[in-house]
Design a binder for this molecule. Sequence first.
Ligand code: ADP
Ligand code: MG
Length: 707
Amino acid sequence: MNPITNKPYSANCKAVRAAAAKLPVAQALPKLRQTIRDNRVTILVGETGSGKTTQLPQALLEEFPHERIVLTQNRQLAARKVADRLAQELDVEVGGDIVGLKHKGCNLTTPATRLTVITDGSLLMQAKAEQNLQSPKVVIIDDAHEHTAATDLILGLLKSLTKSLDDLKIVIMSATIDTDLFRQYFEGAVVETVSGRSYGVEIVYLPEPPMSEFDALLDVIIHVHLYEKGGDILVFVSGVKEALKVINHVQAALTGPKACMKGDEVGPIEIFPLYSQLAAEKQDTAVNSVAPVGRTIGKGRKIIVATNIAETSITLVGVTHVIDSGRVKVKVWDPRSECWTLHDLWASKDVAAQRAGRAGRTAPGKAYRMATREGFHSQLPNRSVAGIQVCDMIGESLNILTMGLNPITFPYIVAPATETVMTAFGILQKLGAINPRGELTESGKAISGLPCSPYNAYTVLLSESFGCTSQILSIVSIIEASEGGQVFVQPTNEEEKKALGKICAFFQHPSGDHLTLFNIYMAYRQASLDNKTDEFVKENTLRKSVLRDADNTRSRLVGIMFNRARNNKGTFRSLRDDDPMYYVKIISALAAGNFTRVAKRIPNSKTLFETVRGGVTVTLDHHTKLSQSSEWVYNELQGTKSGKVMRLATAIVPEQLIKSFPVHWIDEQFFLPEGHIKDALVKTIANMTGLPEKDVLVALPKPTKPR
Ligand code: ADP
Ligand code: MG
């Protein structure tokens, strides 16, 4: 009998449960249940594949039969797969009263759901809304070693709650966790260790350092496919571009016209990319599809080329060979230049262990590392940098404040840099989200309640006074969904590149990127009304999942903004298509929202701009098309190998810029250092006010507030 449902187990479920009973964690469960019952915080350390994620939550359902349990996952794919597996082992469906699933845009729970698998981001949102986590009895933080910013904020919240919530049980799980750090953090925490894993994983290193890391990776993939027996191959690379490049080269080497072997020697292969920006259905196809059969020598093979989306938590049935490029992409915020930079770095030994752990889950496996044994041990850092140490702390500070805590005294498990927190406070104050005492304002609460970045949320709120909320919501939604404008499928050859050039030119708006994205999204919505989205997306090589995500984000934002208007806290207006000031109003609202991110062209330069805040020299992104006469732009900065670029830039004439936020820009001239930016600003204000230039700074009232 199934003690959870009080029904007999189905035949299929019995087999799954029999296998689970053999997992290393199984024998430890009675003791673990007792430890968790007797202690507030339990740290469970057990190798990858020992059964932590799938077995412990089930044991706790039995241990606490009337209570609610939440299990966090750091990624949506992992949350979906773990919920599926738990439901399968419990013989129930995801979304009922036993197993639920929650992540951005998905809520498969009922008011009675006992065990909810939830992404750390969604749990944080929930904590923000409820101001605490009173409802669950047990919170299981899975893969805590990753130190995602959201997980670490939840840990801090839990730490501050343990004092007031006597009854709350916290379980921290990982294979590669720094137990000392966690034990110090949660005083009195008990560490339980489980040894063993499902199957062994042999680690294979390169015999000598490679001349080219990419070539070595390709060689290993091809070698493993041609000469190694057994199951599927999972390759880890640092990003989407890298994944697509590997797929192209592997396909060419194994099946292209220049392939070194004949088809029947190669056997049937199927290659899938797997990354977070891929539509959920496509991710599921990559994960669930079964390798083709019929290879002359041995079996056919499935090859998955993944980013770190597949690194923790999930079991990819059939994978026995993991080939790890050893690289990761890390987005790092620089508080001085207020700029993100994407770094391609060596992964940590932690990451390598997790990646290797994806082999050996359903059969013995091998993990190949793109370094020599010596190189691996001497060059790779032991642990990855915590998310909180590389993020901008702007949204994070808002989250902490919304949970009723203080970002300066917050009990971080790993502390952010003070400079980053101070810069974040400065920006939040500029956005009016906090007052000079660092307290959340009404506007800050509104910004925090919108499911988008603080800058975008601020723009949405400002759009009310420009009468263009509907249009701004469209622009903000597509920016959010496309992670800063990546709406097109990456071209893989010259022909596709040319075709994409024509498509971009078609949607191009002369003022710049924001309105180009707006054009694309509006055309998509029209196609959607005509029931022609599939054709539209295909013809224009757009990423459908991005556009669908934008729709979801937009509906949520519309809901919140409507409510605001209904409660007389704001207005919800849409510009009429025939409004002669249509684009002027949209551009002004965007400029007002991005007033801290304005840059001006350096005199006589074709390509260089200087940011008003910080005086950083930046260039336009290669896809941004602006006329040479555009002097002022607002933008989002990103650091690249070739310097700092403006990812999304829209041109604005200075008079309109000043009108979009007069209080700020009239103040600004008093604080700017001497130079072309100050000169241009004074000149424009002189023109607009009719004052002689030399009198502008004298005649206007000086700002009263210090900055
Ligand atoms: P851990 O969290 O300790 O890494 P899990 O509980 O995720 O381990 O998985 C333990 C084992 O259960 C895996 O190694 C695998 O053998 C089996 N397993 C888990 N999920 C699945 C699945 N979706 N399909 C098949 N086997 C699975
Ligand atoms: Mg796990």
